[in-house]
Each structure stands twice: as structure tokens, then as C-alpha cells.
Design a protein around this ligand. Sequence first.
Ligand code: GLP
Length: 238
Amino acid sequence: MKKIVCDSYEDVCRYAADVYALQLKDKPDSVLGLATGSTPVGLYDELARRYSNGELDFSKAQSFNLDEYYPIDPSHPQSYDYFMRENLFNKINIAKFQIPKGDAKDPVAECVRYDALIDKAGGIDLMLLGIGLNGHIGFNEPAVSYPVGTYLVSLTESSIVANSRFFGPDEHQPTTALTMGIGHIFRSKKILLLISGAAKADITSKLFEGIIHTDIPACMLLLHPNVTVIIDKAANGE
Ligand code: GLP
């Protein structure tokens, strides 16, 4: 696992955008795995800026998002579908994007459908990840076992509290979600993990202990051959 420490969050986003630029140059029809949360927002801004300057072209690329609340209507402002359109898809020319359907009638069938789509696309070339305060990746929460395929997960108290900042006081916050399992994350050819802010310093230091703590899902990344962690000084405990 390679660690790149940047001076600031802005530098993290620029560095990550450079990785996308290289990826799309090498393989214009890349399959991109994308994440939500506050951490990738600056990267998405930078990608949109470079696209509008004519520096990036997503016209042959496609994407798969890691997760979505369930149940939630895709038009709900807190859905990850809405988030992705607002922060990225409405601003670039990506050929195709997929997000688990938060309004699917049958969540299990939706997971099977989503996995089949990823397989049909040939798997993910570049997977973007953030990390939860409890070490979750996507919505793979700390657990004793981790499904390989996409699944319906009950969110932990830690994630519900951490994400409550996005919901209004009277707004219903889902406590379950559909998330890509560990399998498709691991079959990704390259993984980019972005970490920013002092609040993530504890979980970051755990990750870099070089020990696979089984209750920290992100520690499994230590087993993947091509993971780059781009981190700011605050998250690095500096
Ligand atoms: C959510 C998402 C994760 C993301 C995490 C961290 O729970 N499901 O994919 O990594 O939030 O979010 P933030 O970047 O806001 O700390």
C-alpha cells in the first residue's frame, strides 16, 4: 500500500485528479468505481474543472458507485444518486453510470443485478474509496464476516451518526444501504483511497500499523497489490 502525503486537502484532490487523467489517457473506456461522502467532493470539482477546460474526456468511460441508501428514492436530495449527479455526472460527459437502485422493490434481486452489470463491464479498473471513522469502505461496516457480492447492510451507529450531518432534523435517515461487497472492490485493478482531516487520524494510523484488524474493513486493503492512499497532513496526524 503506497502512501502519498499531501500538504492540504486541495493537493490531495489535485493529485487524485492526475491519477484519473493518466487512467483515462491509458484506457479511455475505463470502468471507474466511485464513492460518495464529503472527501471526494473536491476531486469531483477538479475533474469537472479539467473536463470543462478540455483536459479530460469521459465519453468512453463508465462508472459504478459503491453504495446507496436503501430504501431511498433516487430523486431524494440525500440519495447517493442525487449526490453523484449534482457533484459530478451533470458536469462531465461520462458515457454511462450505474448506482445501486435505492427504490428497487427487491433489494436482493437488485444486488444480483448490480453484480452482473459490473461483471459484464469486465470489473473495475480504478476504484475510488473514502474511509468511515470506523474503517468502513463503501458501506462495508465492521463485522465478523464480509460478503463478496453486493448486499443489503444494516448501518452501524457510528456511520448513522457520522452521516446525520447531511440530513435535516426532521428528515428520515435510512439505517440500511446497498453496498458493493469486498469482492468487486478487491477485483479492482487499482484502488485509490482518499483520506482527509484530523478526525480520520486515528483510523489512518490503525490502517498503517500493517496489521489486518478484522474489525476494520479497510485493513483488507493491505492485501491488495495496487492501492494508493492519498492523504493530507491532518489525517496523517501531523
Ligand atoms: C459514507 C460512504 C463511504 C464514505 C464515507 C466517508 O459512509 N458510504 O463510501 O467513504 O461516507 O465519508 P466522508 O468522506 O464524508 O468522511
